[in-house]
Design a protein around this ligand. Structure first.
Ligand code: ADP
Length: 398
C-alpha cells in the first residue's frame, strides 16, 4: 500500500517538474521573441523611412518637411537637385531658402497653423531659377500645410510646383494675339478708310484717284494675306498635334538654286550678287520647310538697304557628328547688337527699319525660320556688325 502511494507521488512529482520546465521554456521563448522584436525595431523603422523616401522621390516636384523649430528634416530628390551640393538637411529654412517672400509664406503658415498657397517669382540667382531666359523670373506655386506628429509637435510640409513654362507660354499666346490684332488692324483700317471714300457719292468719278486707292488697298490686302499665311505656318509648327514633318532625302544645292531663282527679280532690283558655296549634298528633312528657311534668310538679306557692291553669300559644309553647317551672310545695313536677342521673336522688326516708308516685312519670317530649324533638331544663331557683315548660322543633323 505504501509502495502504491509512493508511485502516485512520484508520478505527480514528475508531472509537476515537466510542467514547471515547460513554463520556464515558454517564458524563455517569450523573452527571446521580445528581444528579437526589439532588435528588429530599428530595421523596420529604417525600411519604413526608405519606403517614404522612395515615394517622395518618385514625386517630380520639390518637397520639404520643416520641423516645429524651423529646420528642414526631410526633402525629396527633386528638392535636392535644386540645391545641388549644398547641405540643406537640419538647417533652418531661412538660411536655405533666403527668399523673403517664400520665408514669409512659411512663417505665416507656422504662425497661423493654416494651409497657405501662393504663387511666387524667383530671380535668376535663386535656387528655384528655372526660366530659360536669365532675364525672366521663374514662377512657382507654393503650398504649405501643417501636420501634427504628436499631440504637441507639428511639422510643416512645403510642396512647390514649377509653373514658369506655363506662365510664359500663356504670356506668349496673349502677346501673339495682341500683336497679330495690331498688325492686321493697320492695313484693315486703311482699306476701310479708302472704301468709305470710294463709296461716298461721286467717290468713283475721279478715276485716277480711285485707281490709286484701289492699288493701295490691294497692297494692304496682300499684306493681310501674307500675315495670315505666316501665322498659319507658325501655328502648324507649334501645334503639338500637327502633322509630323514630311522627312525625305533632298539635295541641298538644288534647294538653294530654287530659292535664288525665285528671288531673281529682287536680286536684280537690288543689284546684288549672290554667291553660292554649297556642295551637292543629300540631306534628310522636310524640303518644304528647308526651302522656306533659306528663302526667308536670303530674302531678309536682300530686303535690307544695300551698301553697294551688295553681296549675299550662302555656304554649307559637313561638320563632325553627321551635321551640316549652313551660313547666309550679307554686307547690308546689319542689325544693332541691342536688337539681336529679339530678332527671332514673333512680330519683331528692328526699330530703324520701321522708320522706312514701306514696311518691308511682317516680323514673322525669322520666327518661322527658328521654329522650322528646331523642328529638325537644329539651331540657328545670328551675328552682325552693322554696315559690314551679318551672318545667320544654322547647325542641323544631316
Ligand atoms: P520681316 O518679315 O520683317 O523680315 P523677320 O522676322 O524675317 O521679319 O526679321 C525680323 C527683323 O530682323 C527684320 O525686320 C529686320 O529688321 C531684321 N533682319 C533680319 N535679317 C536681317 C539682315 N540680314 N540684315 C538686317 N536686318 C535683318
Amino acid at each position: 500500500m505504501t509502495y502504491f502511494w509512493f508511485n502516485i507521488a512520484l508520478v505527480l512529482a514528475v508531472a509537476l517538474v515537466i510542467s514547471l520546465r515547460k513554463r520556464r521554456e515558454d517564458a524563455k521563448d517569450f523573452t527571446k521573441e521580445l528581444r528579437s522584436r526589439k532588435a528588429d525595431l530599428p530595421a523596420a523603422q529604417a525600411a519604413h523611412e526608405r519606403e517614404i523616401s522612395r515615394l517622395l522621390d518618385a514625386f517630380p516636384s520639390p518637397f520639404f518637411s520643416i520641423s516645429e523649430s524651423g529646420n528642414i528634416i526631410r526633402y525629396n530628390q527633386a528638392a535636392a537637385s535644386l540645391f545641388q551640393d549644398r547641405t540643406i538637411l537640419n538647417r533652418s529654412y531661412r538660411q536655405v531658402f533666403i527668399d523673403r517672400d517664400l520665408c514669409g509664406a512659411i512663417k505665416e503658415a507656422r504662425e497661423t497653423q493654416r494651409p497657405k498657397s501662393e504663387t511666387l517669382r524667383f530671380n535668376s540667382k535663386s535656387p528655384f531659377a528655372t526660366a530659360e531666359d536669365e532675364k525672366q523670373d521663374s514662377v512657382w506655386e507654393v503650398n504649405i500645410q501643417a501636420h501634427s506628429v504628436t499631440k504637441n509637435e507639428r511639422e510643416f510640409q512645403l510642396l512647390m510646383r514649377d509653373i514658369t513654362k506655363a506662365t510664359y507660354s500663356d504670356q506668349v499666346r496673349q502677346d501673339f494675339v495682341a500683336n497679330a490684332s495690331h498688325e492686321l488692324r493697320t492695313p484693315l483700317s486703311i482699306i476701310v478708310g479708302y472704301l468709305e471714300n470710294l463709296l461716298e457719292p461721286g467717290g468713283l468719278e475721279q478715276t485716277d484717284i480711285a485707281e490709286k486707292m484701289l492699288l493701295t488697298m490691294n497692297r494692304h490686302v496682300e499684306r493681310i494675306n501674307c500675315i495670315v499665311e505666316e501665322m498659319l505656318v507658325i501655328s502648324r509648327l507649334e501645334s503639338p498635334d500637327a502633322a509630323p514633318l514630311n522627312i525625305a532625302p533632298f539635295n541641298l544645292l538644288s534647294c538653294v538654286h530654287d530659292v535664288v531663282e525665285q528671288l531673281d527679280p529682287v536680286i536684280e532690283r537690288q543689284k546684288a550678287t549672290v554667291k553660292i558655296d554649297v556642295p551637292s549634298i543629300e540631306m534628310r528633312g522636310d524640303s518644304f520647310y528647308w526651302t522656306q528657311i533659306l528663302f526667308n534668310l536670303v530674302e531678309n538679306a536682300l530686303k535690307q538697304n544695300a551698301t553697294l557692291p551688295f553681296k549675299v553669300t550662302v555656304t554649307a559644309q559637313e561638320i563632325p557628328d553627321n551635321q551640316i553647317q549652313i551660313t547666309v551672310t550679307d554686307n547690308g545695313i546689319g542689325i544693332p547688337s541691342a536688337d539681336l536677342p529679339f530678332i527671332f521673336k514673333r512680330f519683331f522688326r528692328v526699330e530703324k527699319h520701321h522708320g522706312q516708308n514701306v514696311i518691308k516685312g511682317t516680323g514673322l519670317g525669322l520666327s518661322i525660320v527658328k521654329r522650322a530649324i528646331e523642328a529638325h533638331q537644329g539651331t540657328i544663331t545670328a551675328a552682325s556688325t552693322p554696315g559690314q557683315k551679318t551672318t545667320f548660322r544654322i547647325v542641323a543633323p544631316l
